[in-house]
Design a protein around this ligand. Structure first.
Ligand SMILES: Cc1cc2nc3c(=O)[nH]c(=O)nc-3n(C[C@H](O)[C@H](O)[C@H](O)COP(=O)(O)OP(=O)(O)OC[C@H]3O[C@@H](n4cnc5c(N)ncnc54)[C@H](O)[C@@H]3O)c2cc1C
Length: 164
């Protein structure tokens, strides 16, 4: 059985949350929109939340979880409707919202961190004459990582379009 306090301490300063109430809160998305999932998933909770600040920290958390056979569930804004961001096997919720860098727009191309919010990406691009081609109504909370991983599909990811 994992000693979660020891595991958190061993992550060497990578932000962690082990308070059960907060962990439970971060173990939920909008699954309860479905009466079926509301029944099935209401007891689901992680053991801890880890919020890496950069790619190196993501790699370190995944490496440690793999070594100790700890389940990992990625989480963006937690606005998905189907329980996709919920830790069905406990373990770690990997909160990726701190990876929120937004680079410089060049020729309609933008490099962003997985945790960048869609609304913030658009706010950065709009004054330069570009806008998001598609987005969910949750764009002020939802991340680009959750949008891509949660079901959005295009053959090419040409998400920005020129409007000026
Ligand atoms: C009121 C409401 C309105 C909505 N309206 C729309 C709509 O108009 N259109 C629409 O398409 N959707 C809509 N949604 C669904 C949801 O908001 C979108 O799917 C949104 O893009 C999810 O983004 P998120 O950051 O919250 O992802 P999360 O819910 O956090 O995660 C979604 C999935 O992606 C995975 N994931 C998250 N981040 C990463 C990452 N960095 N790397 C790998 N995997 C990752 C998670 O494990 C999970 O499987 C709505 C939801 C609500 C509650």
């Amino acid at each position: 059985m994992t000693d979660w306090a020891a595991f958190a301490a061993s992550l060497g300063g990578i932000p962690c949350e082990t308070d059960p109430a907060l962990v439970k809160q971060r173990s939920r998305d909008f699954y309860w929109y479905s009466p079926v999932l509301k029944q099935q998933l209401r007891h689901v909770t992680a053991d801890m939340v880890v919020a890496p600040r950069d790619e190196a920290e993501v790699i370190e958390v995944i490496r440690r979880c793999y070594a100790e056979r700890i389940a990992v569930t990625a989480r963006g804004g937690g606005t998905g409707n189907y329980g996709q961001a919920m830790p069905l096997h406990g373990g770690v919720v990997l909160d990726l919202m701190q990876l929120n860098s937004i680079g410089e727009l060049r020729n309609g191309m933008l490099r962003v961190g997985a945790g960048a919010k869609l609304g913030e990406i658009e706010a950065r691009c709009k004054p330069l004459g570009w806008e998001l081609r598609m987005f969910p109504s949750t764009r002020r909370t939802a991340s680009i990582g959750g949008f891509v991983a949660g079901g959005f599909r295009r053959r090419r990811f040409d998400q920005l379009r020129h409007v000026a």
